[in-house]
Design a protein around this ligand. Structure first.
Ligand code: NAD
Length: 423
C-alpha cells in the first residue's frame, strides 16, 4: 500500500490524527520509534484513553487503511508528511526541537519535489521558517514551489480530539506561494473551516491559545492564595465577581499544569518583550501544591507520620494523562514533610489502591484531579464513613460542592445541608 499521508510520532496527538485521516479513507502510514506503541496499533488497541478513538481505530483496522513503521525515512513514500513529535522546553526557557531535527535529518536524503511537510507539533515562533530554511540549505529546495512546508497547529483539548478535529477552525501558516493551499486541502478532509495565515502567525496563535488558558487559571489560583491570607472564601469572592456581571468572568481555582500549558509559555518567553510576566504566571500555578501543603500544616500541625490521601494523579479531570501533573509535585512535597501519602486514581495507568483503602483513616484528603468519579455527595459520604469527622478535606476544584478549599469533614457535612450525614 503506498501511503498518501505519513504521520511521524504516534503520541496523544499523532495517533488520533493518523486514525482520523485513515477513518476518512486516506491511506496512512504512522511512524513511531516506540515498539510497544506500534504493536498496540497493529493490535488495534488504543494505548491511552481518547473518547471515540478506539471505535475509529477498530474501523480503520478493518478497512486496512493504517499501516505503521519504526523508520522515519519510510514517511517519504507519502506525498504529505505530518510531524506530531513532542516539543518540550529546556529549563533554559527555550524550545527543545531535537526530535524534529532528528526526524528532518532522517528524511533529508529521501525528500523529493512534490513533498509537503506539515508541522502539527506546537513550536516556538520562527520554527517553521527554520525548518523551511533547513531543507533549502541542505537540499536546495525552493520551499513553496517544489517542496511545501506549513505549520498547522493542533489546538484540540485532550479528551475531545475526535469531536474537535471536525469542528475547530484549522489554522494553516504556509511558507512560500503554495504551501498553505496544499496543507489546507489535506486538512479539508475533516470538514472544519481552514484559516490561512503566515507561518509565524500560526505559531503565535497556537502558543497564545495556551498562554491565555494558563494565565486565565493563574488568576483564580492567586486569588485562592490571597483569600487564605485574608481569611476569605475564594468561592464566595468568585461568585461576587461573576454574578450578573456582563463583562467576562473569572475561572475557578485548581491544579493547572499538563504538558502543553506548562511549556508553551516558555516558547513565548524566548523573545518576550515583557520578560518575566509569563514566568510569574507559571510561578503562581506551580505554587498551588505548596500552598495546599502549607494550608494542611497550618490546620493539622506537622504532617510527619500523618496519613494524607491524594485523589487523582492525572494533570486534569477525566484524562489518564499524568505528564507534567501537579498531583505528582503535591505527592513529592507531602513526602518531604514525612507524611504517609496514599494515592488513588481510577483512570491512570499507574496502579493505585481502591478509593476506600486510600481514604480510610486519613488525616487529610486532597482532591488533586477533578475526575467525575470524585464529584458530588457519594465520594464525600465514603470519606465521612472511612476517615471520620476530624479529617481535613482539601478540595480546590470544589468537587464535593461545599465551596471550601480547606474544611473538616464535620464542617463539610454541615455546609452540604445534611446531604452528607455526620459520622
Ligand atoms: N497532548 C495534547 O493534548 C496536545 C494538544 C495540542 C498540541 N500538542 C502538541 O503536539 C505535539 C505532540 O504532543 P503529544 O502529546 O502527542 O506527544 P507524545 O509525547 O505523546 O508523542 C510523541 C510521540 O513521538 C514519538 N517519537 C519521539 N521521537 C521520535 C522519533 N525520532 N521518531 C519517531 N517517533 C518518535 C514518541 O515515541 C511518542 O509516541 C507536541 O508539540 C505538543 O505540544 C499536544
Amino acid at each position: 500500500m503506498r501511503p498518501e499521508v505519513a504521520v511521524i510520532g504516534l503520541g496523544r496527538i499523532g495517533l488520533p490524527l493518523a486514525v482520523s485521516f485513515a477513518d476518512r479513507g486516506l491511506r496512512v502510514l504512522g511512524i513511531d520509534k516506540d515498539a510497544a506503541r506500534l504493536q498496540a496499533v497493529r493490535d488495534a488497541q488504543m494505548p491511552f484513553q481518547e473518547p471515540g478513538a478506539q471505535d475509529a481505530l477498530d474501523r480503520v483496522h478493518a478497512a486496512g487503511t493504517l499501516a505503521v513503521s519504526d523508520r522515519v525515512a519510510d514517511a517519504a513514500a507519502a506525498d504529505h508528511i505530518v510531524i506530531t513529535l513532542g516539543t518540550p522546553s529546556f529549563s533554559h526557557v527555550e524550545i527543545d526541537i531535537s526530535d524534529i531535527r532528528s526526524a528532518l535529518d532522517d528524511l533529508l536524503g529521501h525528500l523529493r519535489p512534490g513533498h509537503t511537510i506539515v508541522l502539527r507539533s506546537t513550536i516556538a515562533p520562527g520554527t517553521t521558517d527554520f525548518v523551511a530554511g533547513y531543507l533549502e540549505k541542505h537540499r536546495g529546495f525552493h520551499i513553496g514551489e517544489d517542496v511545501f512546508v506549513a505549520h498547522a497547529p493542533e489546538r484540540i483539548a485532550a479528551g475531545h480530539f475526535m469531536e474537535e478535529i471536525r469542528t475547530l477552525p484549522c489554522i494553516v501558516g504556509g511558507v512560500g506561494p503554495e504551501s498553505g493551499e496544499r496543507v489546507g486541502s489535506l486538512f479539508e478532509v475533516f470538514g472544519a473551516p481552514i484559516v490561512q495565515t503566515t507561518a509565524v502567525q500560526a505559531e503565535l496563535a497556537k502558543i497564545w491559545t495556551n498562554i491565555l488558558r494558563y494565565a486565565n487559571f493563574a488568576l483564580p489560583n492567586l486569588l485562592m492564595m490571597d483569600c487564605e491570607q485574608y481569611g476569605a472564601n475564594v468561592f464566595d469572592v468568585i461568585e461576587l465577581i461573576n454574578r450578573d456581571y456582563p463583562r467576562g468572568g473569572i475561572a475557578s481555582p485548581g491544579l493547572t499544569a499538563g504538558t502543553c500549558l506548562r511549556k508553551d509559555f516558555a516558547f513565548s518567553e524566548e523573545r518576550s518583550n515583557a520578560p518575566g510576566m509569563l514566568l510569574a504566571v507559571s510561578r503562581v500555578n506551580e505554587s498551588v501544591p505548596l500552598f495546599l501543603v502549607e494550608g494542611m500544616k497550618r490546620r493539622l500541625g506537622s504532617l510527619n507520620g500523618r496519613k494524607i490521601a491524594v485523589l487523582g494523579l492525572a494533570f486534569k479531570g477525566n484524562t489518564d494523562d499524568e505528564r507534567d501533573s501537579l498531583a505528582h509535585k503535591l505527592v513529592r512535597l507531602l513526602e518531604r514533610e514525612l507524611a504517609d501519602v496514599a494515592v488513588h486514581d481510577p483512570r491512570v495507568a499507574t496502579p493505585t489502591p481502591p478509593f476506600a483503602e486510600t481514604v480510610s483513616g486519613a488525616d487529610a484528603i486532597v482532591v488533586a484531579a477533578n475526575h467525575d468519579e470524585f464529584l458530588g455527595g457519594e465520594p464525600l459520604h465514603e470519606i465521612v464513613a472511612l476517615a471520620g469527622g476530624d479529617a481535613l478535606v482539601v478540595d480546590p476544584w470544589n468537587c464535593f460542592g461545599a465551596a471550601q478549599i480547606f474544611a473538616y469533614v464535620a464542617e463539610l457535612s454541615a455546609v452540604t445541608n445534611g446531604r452528607v450525614p455526620l459520622p
